[in-house]
Write a protein that binds this ligand. Structure first.
Ligand SMILES: NC(=O)c1ccc[n+]([C@@H]2O[C@H](COP(=O)([O-])OP(=O)(O)OC[C@H]3O[C@@H](n4cnc5c(N)ncnc54)[C@H](OP(=O)(O)O)[C@@H]3O)[C@@H](O)[C@H]2O)c1
Length: 304
């Protein structure tokens, strides 16, 4: 499994399995399928409500696939609370408790990566980050990071003299390339992890109730503007999804494709046997449309 160094002694596999919008009762089957297909990195979150199902599949893999804990890279995320949505923001203490509860649901004694899910509450961001620093010190998280943080949000941590995150998980795909943020992360040895890589596909989150800010207009545009990916897929003899995932890997970003369909789960994992040539990488570079569209209420990197 190809990996990137996250921090001293911690390697993150480029290929991860995403679990957002997989219900707890379906998570064990999907994650077991992914592990059988060769995924060794699983991404979940307190906010997804499926840590118990994800944990069941992980423990099953120890028994039936003969995997050891060190064979799997597991990420979960702190739901930081958002007063704007009527939720109290977590403190340092409740952050520490939150990971302990996540570990209980996962049935693990540590995660490989713990992230703050989003930079919602300005007054509590530093307190929550101090909680993650403490959890790393205790060995409950081997690496710690953030998600949906902008340069300004990370600069706040730096100005407070706190350790910098090991990773920032952000929406990254040809339509949202965030060159300034990615440049900053690379300069600060913070690994960018790409989520929602498959947004340009016409099939992205089309099931009933799967909301996002990807508009109907964009879906209609997408059907026209995914033509270049269709062309590349044909040229390399792969699917459009594989082209989008391979693009991210060539940029150095670990990816987290999600699917509940076994054939897609398997195909999305097959991204190391071909490469996108320089000419196609350069043409994808021209497709950037700016802000992310995965979140229903707008790009969370814009949080004040
Ligand atoms: N930190 C954050 O704020 C954040 C935000 C969003 C996502 N994430 C993480 O990143 C993961 C991936 O992002 P995502 O779930 O938004 O989207 P994604 O993985 O980019 O795309 C998933 C969507 O594409 C479809 N799909 C998957 N493989 C396909 C294929 N080969 N061909 C055609 N369609 C395909 C899926 O449908 P089926 O399931 O029906 O196959 C689903 O609708 C999440 O699951 C989560 O772990 C994190």
């Amino acid at each position: 499994m190809k990996t990137r160094t996250l921090t001293a002694g911690v390697e993150i596999p480029y290929l991860g399995f995403g679990t957002y919008l997989i219900a707890d009762g379906e998570a064990a089957a999907a994650v077991s399928e992914a592990i059988r297909a060769g995924y060794r990195h699983i991404d979940t979150a307190e906010g997804y409500g499926n840590e118990s199902g994800v944990g069941a599949a992980i423990r099953q893999a120890f028994e039936s696939e003969g995997l050891a804990r060190s064979d799997l890279f597991v990420t979960t995320k702190l739901w930081p609370g958002n007063p704007a949505w009527g939720q109290p923001a977590k403190t340092t203490e409740s952050t520490v408790t939150s990971l302990e509860q996540s570990l209980g649901r996962l049935g693990l004694d540590h995660v490989d990566l713990y992230l703050i899910h989003a930079p919602f509450e300005r007054d509590k961001r530093l307190a929550q980050w101090r909680g993650l620093v403490e959890l790393k010190r205790q060995g409950k998280a081997r690496a710690i990071g953030v998600s949906n943080f902008s340069i300004q949000h990370i600069e706040e941590l730096k100005a407070a003299g706190l350790p910098l995150p090991d990773a920032n998980q952000i929406e990254l795909h040809p339509w949202s390339q965030k060159p300034e943020l990615v440049g900053y992360l690379n300069d600060h040895a913070i690994t960018p992890i790409a989520y929602s890589s498959l947004i340009p596909l016409a099939t992205w989150r089309v099931a009933e109730g799967q909301r996002s800010a990807k508009t109907d207009q964009m879906r209609a545009d997408g059907e026209r503007s995914d033509a270049p990916f269709k062309g590349m897929a044909k040229k390399y003899g792969v699917s459009e999804a594989q082209v989008l995932l391979r693009w991210a890997i060539q940029k150095g970003y670990p990816v987290l494709p999600k699917s509940t369909k076994p054939d897609r789960i398997r195909k999305n994992a097959d991204i190391f046997g071909f490469s996108i040539d320089d000419e196609d990488m350069a043409s994808i570079e021209q497709m950037d449309r700016g802000d992310g569209v995965a979140w229903p209420m707008g790009d969370p990197t814009k949080a004040p």
